[in-house]
Design a protein around this ligand. Sequence first.
Ligand SMILES: Nc1nc2c(c(=O)[nH]1)N[C@H]1C(S)=C(S)[C@@H](COP(=O)(O)OP(=O)(O)OC[C@H]3O[C@@H](n4cnc5c(=O)[nH]c(N)nc54)[C@H](O)[C@@H]3O)O[C@H]1N2
Ligand SMILES: Nc1nc2c(c(=O)[nH]1)N[C@H]1C(S)=C(S)[C@@H](COP(=O)(O)OP(=O)(O)OC[C@H]3O[C@@H](n4cnc5c(=O)[nH]c(N)nc54)[C@H](O)[C@@H]3O)O[C@H]1N2
Ligand SMILES: [Mo]
Length: 803
Amino acid sequence: MTELVSGASDSDLGAYPTGTSDRSGHQTLKPHAAHWGAFDAVVRDGRVVGVRPFARDPFPGSLIDAVPDVVHAACRVDRAYVRRGWLEGKRAGHLRGGDPFVPVPADRVVRLIAEQVARVRAEVGHEAIFGGSYGWSSAGRFHHARSQLHRFLGLGGGFTAQLNAYSYAAGQALMPHVLGTTEVLLGRVTDWNAIGQHAKLMLCLGGLPLKNGLVTSGGAGATEYTQHFRRAAEAGVRFLNVSPYRADMPDWLNAEWVPIRPGTDTALLLAIAHWMVAEGREDHAFLASHCVGWDKLRAYVMGESDGLAKTPAWAADITGIAADRIIAIARAITAQPTMLTSTWSLQRADYGEQPWWMLTAIAAMLGTIGKPGLGVGFGYGSVNGMGNPRRDYPSFSMPATRNPVGRYIPVARITEMLENPGGSLSYNGREVPLPDTRIIWWSGGNPFHHHQDLNRLLRAWARAETMIVQEPWWTAAARHADIVLPATTTLERNDIASSGRDRFLRAMHQAIAPVGQARNDHDWLADIAEELGYRDRFTEQRDEDAWLRHLFERWRQACARQGVETPDFDSFWAQGYWEAPPPPPEEAYTQFAEFHADPAEHPLDTPSGKVELFSATVAGFGYDDAPGHPVWIPQREWLGAEPAKRFPLHLLSFQPATRLHGQLDPGRVAAADKIAGREPLLMHPEDAAARGLRDGEILKVFNDRGACLAGLRFDDRLLRGVVMMATGAWFDPLQPGMPGSLCVHGNCNVLTADIGTSRLGQGPSAQSCLVEVERFSEALPLVRAHRPPPILEILEGLEPNPR
Ligand SMILES: Nc1nc2c(c(=O)[nH]1)N[C@H]1C(S)=C(S)[C@@H](COP(=O)(O)OP(=O)(O)OC[C@H]3O[C@@H](n4cnc5c(=O)[nH]c(N)nc54)[C@H](O)[C@@H]3O)O[C@H]1N2
Ligand SMILES: Nc1nc2c(c(=O)[nH]1)N[C@H]1C(S)=C(S)[C@@H](COP(=O)(O)OP(=O)(O)OC[C@H]3O[C@@H](n4cnc5c(=O)[nH]c(N)nc54)[C@H](O)[C@@H]3O)O[C@H]1N2
Ligand SMILES: [Mo]
């Protein structure tokens, strides 16, 4: 593999289509891939100057347009830096984010890190290194930053890890108790062919938002997300969009919109259940043969166990949906074959386990779990690839490394971990001990993007001694670090992209030389491992090329075991991609089909082998925030709650249409969507009129936890009282390092609450958030997030003080 600049040789291009030189002959195309799609990078004079969508992608997304901007952005980390305060010994107890950085030579920074790691390992223990490093990293599977860090820390003795994903942590904890698997939310779900062939109606909580299909974890060669909706609609499926936002479903699906107050779906579902029982529409046979606990759930629904019947009239007050409309929905789903789904967002809220458990219960009452094309599945509207008709081929990956100390926290409990060293927290029936964290190490994720209540995080973050962040860009995580290692972007190295939800394997050719002194994460870690005496165990004495060939060979053998023919590495690399044979167009997959046919022969992996509408296991945990069957518990913050008087707007922070989380934020696609450089806040024009606000104005959005600026965008597709902001505008406090400082750019996580969904799931609960807005009439502060932080040139005489 060559590191190409201009004028590629034949061997660079190989069999890859070469009709790509412009008249000057200096332009080349390099096959590449990212979570936001597959593309060819257009390279001229050592720079990425453009992108062309992958020719085999039927519906390439628009996010790839931002790639050249971000690769060459001014906010690339150009070399290694150490925070001045850290060098002066201002470590544990000092707020990060305020003081400037000092450039430090690469060899010295490697030694500094190795010293700290060795000392903490010896003096405190491996669990004092928090290496959870949650985040999406990049699509390439060898250079996947988080996997590389876990390998490095695991081989060195271990670390404290993070369990589950921000995306669906509550669901990951709950579903094994109910359906015996997490596949129903992240794996191979009933596919769109089956839905199109058998369903007449699809009830979608949270809709099927088009923008979510722009991304696939690991990247996709085929963005087929919308095509499946279209085909299902053409096959006669009608769609119900139950959501506070009409635009969660594309107009062309002609969906019926049922506006619902955020966080109240469980009440709606309980009322549907009540009507079904009252009308005798539940599938008694299925409930008896395939489920346990119906008697207990039934007693709760009818009010026999708690004196409160969950009638449509009861739910109408909570949800804002009229009782007769609730009955009409209940009638519709019982009268025709119906598929049920919910976006992942519903469980990123207080008690987020409940709507998913109750939706599963409705599928059980309908008797449809495992019936062709029916039942329930989560996430059809959340990411490209869910429900893709496919065969299960091996995906290309780094082998997982063991974490010898076996310590972890539930993914979103980081602030609590830092606040409570030596304490513990309840999670899914266990007491999880919290370590005394000394080193926080992030590579491939951005806690100052993804975590809730950033002001609280900022205070807790101060407790550790050393924060190490590996990043290509000066993200907020890098700015709040002590030691910053410049990482290459994928365009500066060779890799292979692969996703379990996509049938293409794609070569990612290095397109340009590393920018500045950026290095591959693997190479940084190999050098640190060398200082610590285990380079060879870390690298297995392979370089990048040898690793890719090795991993490819493993993948190839796994394919061969399934009888799938694959090319050799060199042919694959030259071709730029490999496509798994697509399944025959009529082939359809229904999850739980065997269980449906014979529950005794094919039991679920639950204690009873059946669908657990009441779980003795969960009940046994004794959690009042997640009892043994689905229940309605009002969220701490919602439109019916007490704080709504002071903060009368429900803020939903949804996934951005213009980037992937914080990634690509410095690029043109995200920039074009902003209002005077601030993240838009969507609001119903009447809510705005009631406050005397005009479209396009800059607002201050606030609650007791924090405040940010946002640009007002009218949107009459929203339920009144609900406002929306996308996540991902880089956190930009007016006074860096000061908790509570106004974020001038519009990062919604200064507003969200940091409370676990419940003791069962301990997932993030970002969606339960009330705010108020007002016009911001001061002079607009500069957005500095996309510039490097203050950097001091050389500080003579400042010797690092290891402690
Ligand atoms: N309010 C609110 N907050 C949310 C959510 C919400 O709905 N509302 N959603 C949550 C969800 S579902 C998720 S998944 C999280 C996402 O949170 P994250 O996954 O943490 O967000 P990303 O911005 O994708 O962070 C990935 C980081 O890795 C860096 N990176 C990319 N390539 C490389 C590389 O090769 N090497 C290194 N070292 N770094 C690299 C990128 O620059 C980026 O900063 O956010 C969560 N936060
Ligand atoms: N373009 C783009 N696509 C992405 C991502 C990205 O960053 N950019 N991120 C990816 C990731 S990591 C993930 S986890 C998925 C997340 O996928 P989701 O969680 O499905 O995405 P969201 O946009 O948070 O939420 C979808 C919709 O749910 C609705 N909703 C919110 N709360 C409620 C509620 O209480 N009730 C009802 N009925 N509806 C509600 C909102 O109107 C919102 O528009 O998206 C993935 N797709
Ligand atoms: Mo996610």
